[in-house]
Design a binder for this molecule. Structure first.
Ligand code: PBG
Length: 322
């Protein structure tokens, strides 16, 4: 069947026709909003490289979480900047840490909002790495024990779900075991399963104050050229007990999102990371692109690739736009 009998343009003639054959729809249900909690009171500090996003103290983040929920967004992903850092990241499992306090306060004020916590060490370690540093090496096995303690302390504070982002081997299994042993068998794990050593995390490191003091993350995060390895990483995390698998970043890795969805049929999350957000913001401010349209196009493409949920700094704006 070809031209002139078949004319694909017929079905593009107006918005109502286009609506009828539209294959992918972005919904507020797809969104997860990342939030950053800091110590103190009445703190709401703009993250300069991420317009519209803030570091907030517990009292302020609660207000914002309420607004997020009222916009219809089902979940947030919580990151914390602690009062103190040490070589072992021990503030990560401080019962009175900002994340733990924020979880309690948010669950009290907005109980229905799903609170997912980022479980990692880089925000809590003095060296800024996601594992334990010894003689210039990043140690795996001591790190996952601390990550399990951190996850458990989040869940004890009331977190609905934990999201390990460290890329240490075996951490999903150890976290699953720790949660089950303490009676939290029902708490899901969203694993950052295929997380790449990406240049697009730049602005986030200002937000989370988690830049490594030396070296980089390439000995634990994935090498960008690899796809089959991502499938192996995802398979491992599923075997270890992950309920949702994440691909991160999203835009340069749409092929990975697609393949993970096809291969495993698991709930797939995609992280539209800070650099992806800031690029659009920056170009929008310069008048080089239409920011709103770019936002919708990018997020729709992530969903079209196969993501069931999208973690994005645009979440509130999208919710308002839908
Ligand atoms: C912590 C973590 C990072 C991000 C999420 N969790 C930074 C990193 O790995 O360096 C990045 C998120 C973003 O850029 O939006 N390990």
């Amino acid at each position: 069947m070809f031209y002139p009998r078949f004319r694909p343009r017929r079905m593009r003639a107006n918005e109502n026709l286009r609506r009828m054959i539209r294959e992918t729809r972005l919904s507020v249900d797809d969104l997860i909003y990342p939030m950053f909690v800091v110590p103190g009171r009445r703190v709401k500090k703009l993250i300069s490289s991420m317009p519209g996003n803030f570091q907030q103290s517990v009292d302020r983040i609660v207000e914002d979480a309420k607004e997020v929920y009222e916009l219809g967004i089902p979940a947030i992903l919580l990151f914390g900047i602690p009062e103190y850092k040490d070589a072992l990241g021990s503030s990560a499992y401080d019962k009175k840490g900002p994340v733990q306090e924020a979880i309690r306060a948010i669950k009290k004020k907005v109980p229905e909002l799903i609170v997912i916590t980022d479980v990692c060490l880089c925000e809590y370690t003095s060296h800024g790495h996601c594992g334990i540093v010894k003689n210039g090496k990043i140690l795996n096995d001591p790190a996952i024990k601390i990550l399990a303690r951190e996850a458990l302390s989040h869940v004890k504070a009331g977190a609905d779900m934990v999201a390990p982002s460290d890329m240490m081997d075996g951490r999903v299994a150890v976290i699953r075991e720790a949660l089950d042993k303490e009676g939290f068998a029902d708490i899901p794990i969203m694993s950052y399963a295929a997380k790449y050593a990406s240049s697009f995390y730049g602005p986030f490191r200002e937000a989370a104050e988690s830049t490594p003091k030396s070296g980089d993350r390439r000995s634990y995060q994935m090498d960008p050229p690899n796809a089959l390895e991502a499938l192996r990483e995802v398979a491992l995390d599923i075997e270890e007990g992950a309920d949702i698998v994440m691909v991160k970043p999203a835009l340069s890795y749409l092929d990975i999102i697609y393949r993970v969805k096809e291969e495993f049929g698991m709930p797939v999350a995609a992280y539209n990371v800070s650099g992806e957000f800031s690029m659009i913001k920056a170009a929008g401010r310069l008048g080089w692109i239409d920011e709103k349209r770019a936002m919708m196009e990018v997020l729709t493409s992530i969903k079209r690739a196969g993501a069931d949920m999208i973690i994005t700094y645009f979440a509130k704006e999208v919710a308002k736009n839908l």
